[in-house]
Structure formats: structure tokens, C-alpha cells
Design a protein around this ligand. Structure first.
Ligand code: ADP
Length: 162
């Protein structure tokens, strides 16, 4: 069985992430969405429990998709769950260099883990969690760019923070 992991912060999961999940779930027998608990380089809005719960709810109808949180190295998480593939999403211009560096480093750490990048769909090219959070905090409506449960959670969170 080919198991793949799709790791990320998912703070929160957008329709762009969900699109990658749907497409990767067609390619692999099992897809594990790995929610990284505390990325060093990010200011998080949601706790890891909230991010994991939202991603699980958004992917609930997909029988071969599982959502788990993890900490530490992604290659170690992949090994623990028996994955041989790591999936990432690539948006035009924004992601390539960083993903390439990460892929090279991960290959050094575990040469058996193959990285597969899916090109972001055109309608989601310009979607990022950070931009959606910023717009939402400023009062903009971003509901149609998020899974329904996530849009509601983001509205509640932003409202509470103000
Ligand atoms: P990370 O903290 O690892 O960058 P993110 O949650 O920001 O985690 O993103 C997880 C993965 O999803 C990354 O590979 C990122 O490039 C990809 N991604 C983010 N937004 C989109 C999108 N709109 N379409 C396709 N892939 C995306």
C-alpha cells in the first residue's frame, strides 16, 4: 500500500490545501495530513488541536484520508506512519525555492522518502493561510476561500481577538 503524508501548518486549512488533499487522495491509497504543531517560523492563530480538528472535519467525507498532528522532523513522522511519499503544493513563484531546499534536505535525512509536488490549481494559486488571516482580521470576507467549518472558526477566532 502506498502511504503518503501531506505535512503543513494548516493555520487554517484553505480550499487550496483541500484541493491538494483531494487530488493526492486519488493518487495514493492512503493520505495522512500531518499538522505540524509548532513551526518556528510562523505566528500561529490556531492551536494545534484546533488546526487538526478543523482539517479532520473538512476532510471527513474522504475514506482514505486521515489527519494527525506531529512534532519534530517531518521525515521522522513519515517513517512512523509508514509513508514513502511526501506531498507538497506548489504555487506559482512563491513556493519553489523553499520547497526545493526542503526536498534536498529531506532527501539527505531520508533518501527513501520521495517528494511529490502538486501544482496548485489556477483558482487557488493566490490563496495562502496568512493572507486570508490578515484580510479576515481587517474585516474582509474570505468565506468562499475556506471550507465551511474553517470559515466559521476563523470568524469566531478573529471576533474573539478583537
Ligand atoms: P508550511 O508551514 O509547511 O508551509 P502550509 O500550511 O503553509 O505549511 O502549507 C502546506 C503545503 O501546502 C505547502 O506545500 C504549501 O506550499 C501548500 N499550499 C499552501 N497553499 C496552497 C494553495 N493555495 N494551493 C496549493 N498548495 C498550497
Amino acid at each position: 500500500m502506498t502511504v503518503a503524508v501531506y505535512p503543513g501548518s494548516f493555520d487554517p486549512m484553505t480550499k487550496g490545501h483541500l484541493d491538494v488533499v483531494i487530488r493526492a487522495a486519488r493518487l495514493f491509497e492512503k493520505l495522512i495530513v500531518g499538522v505540524y504543531d509548532t513551526p518556528d517560523n510562523k505566528r500561529l492563530l490556531f492551536t494545534v488541536q484546533e488546526r487538526t480538528g478543523m482539517a479532520a472535519e473538512a476532510t471527513a467525507g474522504m475514506p482514505n484520508v486521515e489527519v494527525r498532528s506531529f512534532s519534530g522532523l517531518t521525515v521522522d513522522f513519515a517513517e512512523k506512519v509508514g509513508a514513502h511519499v511526501m506531498v507538497r503544493g506548489l504555487r506559482v513563484s512563491a513556493d519553489f525555492e523553499w520547497e526545493f531546499d526542503m526536498a534536498m534536505m529531506n532527501r539527505k535525512l531520508n533518501p527513501n522518502l520521495e517528494m511529490v509536488c502538486l501544482m496548485a490549481s489556477p483558482e487557488f494559486q493566490f490563496l495562502s493561510s496568512s493572507l486570508l488571516k490578515e484580510v479576515s482580521k481587517l474585516g474582509g470576507n474570505v468565506d468562499d476561500m475556506l471550507p465551511k467549518n474553517v470559515a466559521e472558526a476563523l470568524r469566531r477566532k478573529v471576533h474573539k481577538e478583537m
